[in-house]
Design a protein around this ligand. Structure first.
Ligand code: MSP
Length: 858
């Protein structure tokens, strides 16, 4: 969310008090960053007056702060000549704002640190002018009392209002799913988007946002009319029966949507007609005789140049028919430049960025006007055009408007009365990107309605190692089957954790079983059961309090605090799979701690009872936090787990260290996620080999699946002196084996735990009898001696994170051969890794290699 980011920073203001003492004010500054600059800024809270030496520390942010302060002061200056006075006001205003913020904090009970996405710390020294401390404080007081500075107060009120309205905006989260075609049987693709929206909503709720979550069904159009005719019922009867399949599934999946919209609802229909009438009155819609290729499946015309190689509809690849008829058109083309300008100034409007590039590329061609009507003679099941009763509305024009009608036409607002539109995120699949990123914003521009803040296009769930699910291929995964067999929360967890938002993911039964067993049954289950059992057997089921913390305990506490901070920061950026990985890293750190402290051994020696108590307290508190943080993903199981340790998740206040106090009475224990004891075949064996077209050099960057991985084991190859056999964790549950010729460059201990870049979709091959499942990358240091340097990934990259070439959308997964890779060349440029001019990045940060410019990366 680069557009409207709030930063929260600590500042130190230091002055001479006029008597040779330095006085330090510690405070906070809250800024709202729009585009590159921060136009609105609040305040500081004085904390302490510290006598002592001038602050030492970084002042490199001085310029930024200086600019910022100038900007604020711009709003307050009433006497340009009195510079010193002006300076006093700057500090005075900081203080005053602090009171207001603290008040806000008390009233709304939101800890300040929790509403901000980022924390930066920097120091600022005030150089210009000496401030007498007492005079300064007296002045601050005066800002309330003295009528001569009345003007200042008025300005101040305005800016506070402005800042607060921004807070209000920032604190709202409105997320939508596409409205699903009512005719379709719900499958995991639909479940994914809806569960993603549900989890994001719950996460935003727990970090203090007001939320609104919309889903629904798309109920007009030719397919519905035909299906109803086939069943010999009216279309209305048909949709009334069928929409339940979605509503029932969402109930079963614990989806807490605030509203379920159906496009056949009278309020929505009236809203669509109102919008059409407005556009007609404004001259944004015109009629003309039109002929062209019409696709029944897609319910739209296609230009000759848009058809596929068989002259069929380019989306469904079904035959098209030539049709000639009068229709109504929306002047979409006249908004092309406005849309381009908008995109250029909102580069994060479409997430991920390679989808932004895709739409920007699409807009390089002239945009056509949009046909928004269908003659009733051909299709009657739609919303009649208000200005011509012989026509109904094109189904996409009707469907897209649901996002606004759902709140406006149904008079819905957030709890505090603020309007719900605009949406924070429209979650969609990548196949409906154009309708959402071209039709929709131009419609809104014409209607003078603000645009949504972001469109997030996720990838597809593929099955059988790379096929798209479809009814006709008979490979649809039924969510109900999974939930019935393995539980709702296990299914939610799998969907949310196994797909990196934006990229395609493969649904195999094996990967499902592996992930549930490793993350939930093993990692989470182990810590919870161990703590539960030990408290039951050693402390009669009552949590003991901790005494003094050693390094190992402090490490758990600091990981817990880091995780809370990162979750707060990443949730608004919708980095869901990273958020889950981060929480699971806390869970794993508790297991590590338990292994180190071995409380089962401590329990044998009564003299070590205090130490045992501390270990159990620290572990229980960290488990409590992990479960609270996982609540959005596994709501029922998280509360069950919390009940086991005598706790529960209530609200944002639970997301802090130290909520358990000791003395909590533990509940009954049971495995939250029983291990799935099924024979699962190796994924490689299961997957059906795909017939793929040969790749050209230009296709290779998109086709390479490059993943961050961490070396977890290093051994010598039993049969090759130059090779190591590495086990690497690429976030897949089970580590991969990689044979690698790194011996002349690295000692085994230098490789242990090191993060590397893995070529994950390279065809496995046997190296001296050991199967190597991929390759890792290194740059040439001394080609003659085969000395090399491993490629480095950004510090915060996690196993499983994908590396992408900047601006290149990944293509559908397939296996590559070494000879495919040899079609391109990777090399180092200024320390970064490039393929030609394409920079390689993980989560937007460069992949690097410390070798000379121009060195090859292999
Ligand atoms: N009715 C339109 C949306 C109108 S929104 C104003 C529609 N409906 S749909 O039911 O066909 O598709 C809904 C969503 O499901 C799309 O975002 C689509 O990408 C998604 N999925 C369908 N199959 C999918 C997968 N296999 N994997 C992930 N999502 C996919 O389009």
């Amino acid at each position: 969310m680069a557009k409207n980011r709030i930063f929260f920073t600590k500042i130190f203001l230091e002055t001479d008090d006029g008597f040779g003492n330095f006085v330090r004010f510690v405070g906070i500054v809250v800024g709202v960053v729009r585009d590159k600059f921060a136009p609105a800024v609040a305040c500081a809270a004085t904390d302490s007056h510290v006598k002592g030496r001038p602050l030492e520390g970084p002042v490199d942010m001085f310029e930024t702060f200086h600019e910022l302060r100038e900007k604020i002061l711009g709003e307050f200056i009433f006497d340009q000549d009195r510079a010193v006075h002006r300076q006093k006001l700057a500090i005075g205003e900081f203080l005053e704002a602090a009171f207001v913020l603290v008040h806000h904090h008390v009233i709304h009970r939101i800890p300040l640190t929790r509403i901000f996405t980022r924390q930066v710390h920097f120091g600022v020294l005030f150089h210009e002018g000496i401030i007498n401390c007492r005079e300064f404080l007296a002045h601050t007081h005066e800002t309330h009392q003295n009528s001569t500075i009345h003007k200042f107060s008025v300005h101040w009120k305005n800016i506070v209002k402005k800042i607060f309205s921004t807070f209000e905006r920032m604190k709202n989260f409105y997320v939508t799913t596409p409205i699903y075609y009512v005719n379709d049987a719900p499958h995991i693709g639909h479940s994914y988007t809806t569960v993603l929206a549900d989890i994001l909503t719950r996460f935003h709720k727990i970090i203090g946002y007001q939320t609104f979550f919309l889903t629904g069904t798309d109920e007009h159009g030719q397919k519905v009319q035909r299906a109803a005719a086939k069943r010999e019922v009216t279309p209305q009867q048909h949709v009334d029966e069928y929409y339940h399949r979605f509503e029932d599934l969402w109930k079963k999946m614990d989806i807490e949507n605030d509203f379920f919209i159906r496009t056949t609802m009278p309020e929505h229909k009236a809203f669509v007609q109102e919008c059409l009438q407005k556009l007609w009155d404004k001259g944004e819609i015109y009629s003309k005789e039109y002929e062209g290729w019409y696709s029944v499946g897609e319910e739209r015309f296609f230009g000759e140049d848009e058809l596929d190689e068989n002259k069929c509809d380019p989306i469904s690849h079904r035959p098209v028919e030539w049709l000639k008829e009068k229709n109504y058109f929306f002047k979409m083309s006249s908004y092309q430049q406005k849309l381009i300008d908008f995109l250029e100034s909102h580069k994060d409007w479409i997430v991920p960025d390679y989808r932004w590039n895709e739409i920007r590329g699409f807009l390089r061609q002239p945009l056509n006007d949009l046909c928004i009507s269908r003659p009733k003679a051909r299709l009657s099941w739609g919303i009649p055009l208000p200005f011509d009763q012989d026509y109904v509305t094109y189904v996409w024009f009707d469907a897209l408007l649901n996002y606004v009608s759902a709140s406006t036409a149904f008079h819905k607002t957030y709890a505090d009365g603020t309007p719900i539109w605009p949406a924070t995120y429209h979650l969609i699949g990548k196949d409906i990107l154009t309708t959402h990123s071209v039709y929709w914003p131009t419609m809104l521009m014409a209607l003078d309605i603000p645009l949504p803040q972001h469109i997030l296009a996720h990838g597809w769930w593929l099955v059988n190692g790379g096929d798209k699910m479809s009814k006709s291929a008979g490979n649809v995964v039924n969510p109900m089957d999974y939930m019935t067999k393995y539980g709702v929360d296990a299914f939610r967890y799998f969907l949310a954790s196994a797909m990196v938002v934006g990229q395609d993911a493969n649904f195999t039964h094996e990967s499902f079983v592996r992930r549930i067993n490793s993350d939930l049954a093993n990692d989470l289950g182990n810590v919870l059961n161990r703590v539960h059992r030990l408290v039951l057997t050693n402390f009669e089921g009552k949590l003991p309090a901790a005494s003094s913390l050693d390094d190992a305990a402090n490490e758990v506490v600091s990981i817990a605090k880091r995780v809370i901070g990162n979750v707060m920061e990443w949730v608004p950026q919708v980095k869901l799979s990273q958020v889950i990985d981060e929480i699971m890293s806390l869970v794993r750190s508790i297991n590590r701690y338990l292994e180190i402290k071995a409380p089962w051994k401590l329990a044998k020696d009564p003299a070590l009872k205090d130490e045992l108590a501390t270990v159990l307290y620290i572990s229980a508190e960290a488990v409590r936090l992990s479960l609270c943080l996982l609540w959005p993903v596994i709501p029922t199981k998280a509360q069950e787990g919390l009940a086991m340790i005598g706790s529960k998740f209530t609200d944002v206040n639970d997301l802090a260290w130290g909520i358990l106090k000791g003395g909590e009475v533990f509940g009954e224990g049971k495995p939250l996620f029983p291990r799935i004891e099924e024979e699962v075949k190796k994924q490689e064996v299961q997957q059906k080999p795909k017939q793929n077209k040969p790749l050209t050099a230009a296709d290779v960057p998109a086709a390479m699946d490059l993943r961050v991985a961490q070396i977890v084991e290093v051994a010598d190859h039993p049969d090759a002196t130059s090779l190591y056999v590495l086990k690497v964790d690429a976030g897949e549950g089970e580590p991969r084996t990689i044979c690698s010729g790194l011996k002349s460059s690295y000692k085994a201990e230098e490789l242990q735990n090191r993060k590397i870049l893995l070529f994950a979709n390279l065809k496995p091959s046997a190296l001296r009898g050991i199967m190597s499942q991929g390759m890792l990358f290194a740059g040439d240091l001394e080609p003659e001696t085969h000395k090399c340097r491993l490629v480095s990934v950004p510090e915060d990259a996690k196993p499983g994170d994908r590396a992408l070439f900047k601006g290149v959308a990944p293509s559908e997964p397939r296996e590559l051969k070494v000879k495919d890779f040899e079609k391109i060349a990777l090399s180092a440029k200024g320390g970064a890794v490039f393929c030609d001019t394409l920079a390689l990045e993980v989560n937007g940060k460069p992949v690097t290699c410390d070798v000379a410019d121009g060195s090859g990366i292999h």
